[in-house]
Ligand binder design. Structure first.
Ligand code: MGD
Ligand code: MGD
Ligand code: SF4
Ligand code: MO
Length: 675
């Protein structure tokens, strides 16, 4: 009789859900990776993409990187020979040491993000880079920095949002610029559908989440600040303001109020495309509350994304929809901030001897082109050749012969093709760690269920060994996983050890739903919600959010949206054969009016072009997208696409108005038939 056992672990992908996983092992060998039926969010199922990939590419030694590799071909060509860990680490250490010992450590760039989000594998490698004095490419600048900075101005914090369980007391959930049907499929399937209130969705696209809504508002992309102002106009003029809350907990409403007068629903309709009566209806339902406001990541990926975020985030302040059960706002629940974990313990910024300013991903191409700025580049948990803007220019920069590049990944990505050394990372199934969802206030165990494939090593072990090869001596660089896990678990105050967490899989941080800002104190300079912000003004931004909308594309061009795809996780999974079957060809979707205007036929090939690049796709015609918008989700590997490029070949890398953060949903393209 073979022995069957089930081990609980957790999905650490960059996803709102952080699903519980049940790994089936027979005689010590993993046979299936399934959903954990006990998990409060996912209730027994993984999403389709992970169900395939975790039983496919992620455990397939023929697809995974299993040995360190050394480049033998030209950069970008993807020709490598196997080497040993000792040789690779010695060579890397020698190069980095050569740069650092002449005082140029800031010419060593490191870019990393959320390839894996577990606490140690996501944070520990920074101990090495802090000690080295390397320059960090600002991680959030590729994703959500503008939104963080905007909420910091208004609320003093951006990483503490509602406890989703409080929705049992809500009369309305307003999802603004997020599409959980793709980006958090279990939040879509259970949480949103079971909450008792009305669902309002603000999204130009009719997504499956929008299909669930009682009210779906479809503003033109980048016009959301105007929509928020029109809603605030209605709230004020229909007597729906919470005057007591405004007086007690906010600053600057008197300065804002005059600007609301002109923002009538009719003005709102003309500016955003949303019907005046829908603006009124949404404002009334939201104001009556208790209401939850979900600020999606897409909302701030715009040229004026910071202003948009400031404007929309005023709705809770004006209506008192915060500080009580069933109310509040949500952007991201930071795994440290909402779980009492001090993540700086993991990354140890104190190891840094001098400050080195970070670099925006939007400025990476220039930096890589300049030997005085970049002599070495180390990438881990990130695939810039697929996911960064200015794809062609970035490739050329990565091709620079004297740029020493190291890529750490599970797979031979497009980025890895440019490496001098490729190092194989272990997957989350192959080491212990902690996972905290960025929506649900849970803490979960990531449990090792199998040995690393081949010679792969967890990120943290790679950097311990590299620290050794460099001759570094600080103890913190060598701390083992168990010690870090114990320290972090102790900080949480949950009173449980890792063995108990592993047995339970996932625990809620509190028994009852937490209420956000229950004490009415906000960590801004004034302790109030800062509608008017002296800090923003000091930083060269307007003192108040502006009732503006971005200019629409001219000359028949369309606004290109490339949000999360249900079959990819960012650029992950494109190389799994069963997922590739489902996403065989890259598709762009246009409204029937645009297709007709441009003389394009459904099923035909079209060219998407702008000053940054050109790619071809198959055309789908459907009124799920509004006129003037083209939709084509992110996620393809450039080298697996017939174009040898993906959607980011069209992204000029324009910056949002805060933090030099990405404005990827502000891209404009011309679309023509391919004959
Ligand atoms: N056009 C367009 N582009 C976008 C976006 C968009 O909306 N539109 N969104 C942007 C956003 S929000 C983001 S966050 C970025 C993310 O973009 P990517 O960097 O592509 O993110 P991922 O695919 O999540 O992970 C990156 C890599 O981490 C690897 N990885 C997984 N686990 C591990 C591990 O344990 N160790 C190591 N070393 N590697 C691991 C994966 O194999 C993968 O190759 O893309 C951005 N690019
Ligand atoms: N399956 C899957 N899940 C993922 C990811 C993935 O790639 N695949 N990526 C993960 C990552 S890194 C992130 S950051 C999150 C992002 O996930 P979300 O927060 O959901 O953000 P996006 O996917 O960028 O876009 C969501 C919706 O915003 C809409 N939108 C675009 N522009 C505007 C606008 O100007 N105004 C309004 N109101 N709506 C707009 C788009 O049409 C889209 O339907 O998802 C995470 N989850
Ligand atoms: S990617 Fe998200 S939905 Fe899919 S298994 Fe992981 S946590 Fe769950
Ligand atoms: Mo992201």
């Amino acid at each position: 009789m073979s022995e069957r056992e089930i081990i609980k672990t957790t999905c650490p992908r960059d996803c709102y859900d952080s699903c519980g996983i049940a790994v089936v092992r027979r005689d010590g060998q993993v046979t299936r990776v399934l959903g954990d039926p006990d998990h409060p969010v996912s209730r027994g199922a993984l999403c389709g993409k992970c169900a395939i990939a975790y039983n496919g590419a992620w455990r397939d030694a023929d697809v995974r990187l299993t040995r360190p590799l050394k480049r033998i071909g030209k950069k970008g060509e993807g020709r490598f020979a196997p080497t040993t860990w000792d040789e690779a680490l010695a060579a890397i250490a020698e190069r980095l040491d050569g740069i650092a010992s002449r005082g140029d450590a800031e010419r060593i760039l490191t870019a990393h993000y959320t390839g894996t989000c577990s606490v140690i594998a996501n944070g520990f490698p920074m101990r090495f880079f802090n000690r080295l004095g390397a320059r960090e490419v600002e991680p959030d600048s590729i994703c959500n920095l503008a939104g963080h900075l905007a909420l910091d101005y208004v609320y003093g914090i951006s990483v503490k949002g509602i406890d989703p369980r409080t929705a049992k007391d809500s009369a309305c959930v307003l999802v603004w610029g997020a599409n959980p049907s793709a980006s958090g499929p279990h939040a879509h399937k259970y949480w949103l559908q079971e909450q008792p209130g009305k669902l309002i969705v603000v999204d130009p696209v009719r997504t499956p989440t929008a299909d669930l809504a009682d009210l779906h508002l479809r503003p033109y992309p980048g016009s959301d600040a105007a929509l928020a102002f029109a809603m605030m106009h209605v709230i004020k003029h229909e007597g729906l303001l919470d005057d007591d809350f405004i007086a007690a907990h906010t600053l600057g409403f008197d300065e804002l109020a005059p600007s609301l007068a002109a923002c009538t629903p009719e003005w709102g309709e003309a500016t955003t495309g949303v019907a005046a009566e829908d603006i009124q209806a949404a404002a009334r339902v939201y104001a009556a509350g208790p209401s939850i406001l979900w600020l999606g990541q897409a909302l701030q990926r715009q040229r004026t994304g910071g202003n948009i975020f400031r404007a929309v985030s005023l709705l809770p302040a004006l209506t008192g929809n915060i500080g009580k059960a069933g109310a509040g706002l949500y952007y991201l629940n930071g795994k440290g901030a909402t779980r009492n974990m001090d993540l700086s313990y993991v990354s140890c910024p104190s190891l840094r001897r001098s400050e080195v300013p970070s670099l925006s991903h939007m400025d990476l191409v220039e930096a890589l082109n300049d030997p005085a700025e970049a002599e070495a580049l180390i990438l881990w948990n990130i695939n810039i050749a697929a996911s960064n803007p200015r794809q062609q220019a970035l490739r050329e920069a990565l091709g620079r012969d004297d740029l020493f590049t190291v890529v750490i990944d599970l797979f031979q990505t497009d980025s890895a093709d440019y490496a001098d050394y490729v190092l194989p990372a272990a997957s989350f199934l192959e080491f212990d760690d902690l996972v905290g969802s960025y929506l649900h206030l849970t803490l979960s165990a990531q449990a090792q269920v199998m040995a690393p494939l081949g010679e792969a090593l967890p990120n943290q072990e790679i950097f311990r060994r590299l620290a050794g090869a460099m001759g570094f001596e600080e103890e913190a660089l060598f701390e083992d996983d168990q010690s870090i896990i114990d320290t972090m678990l102790a900080q949480t105050g949950l009173g449980i050890g890792f063995d108990e967490l592993k047995a339970r899989g996932t625990v809620e941080m509190t028994k009852e739903p937490q209420i956000l800002f229950e004490d009415g104190v906000f960590p801004t300079p004034s302790g109030r919600i800062e509608i008017a912000s002296a800090q923003a003004e000091a930083d060269g931004l307007p003192r108040l959010p502006q009732p503006s909308a971005e200019e629409r594309p001219a000359n028949g061009r369309l606004r290109l949206l490339s949000p999360a795809s249900p079959w990819h996780m960012n650029s992950s999974y494109d190389n799994d054969p069963r997922i590739a079957e489902r996403a065989r060809e890259t598709v762009v979707t246009l409204h029937p009016d645009d297709a007709a205007r441009l003389g394009l036929k459904a099923g035909g090939r079209v060219s998407l072009e702008n000053e940054t690049g050109r790619i071809e796709m198959m055309l789908e015609v459907a009124d799920v997208v509004p006129p003037g918008v083209a939709l084509s989700p992110k996620g393809r590997w450039p080298k697996r696409d017939g174009n040898g490029a993906n959607i980011n070949a069209l992204n000029p890398g324009e910056k949002a108005d805060m933090g030099a953060s990405t404005a990827v949903h502000g891209v404009e393209v011309a679309i023509t038939p391919v004959t």
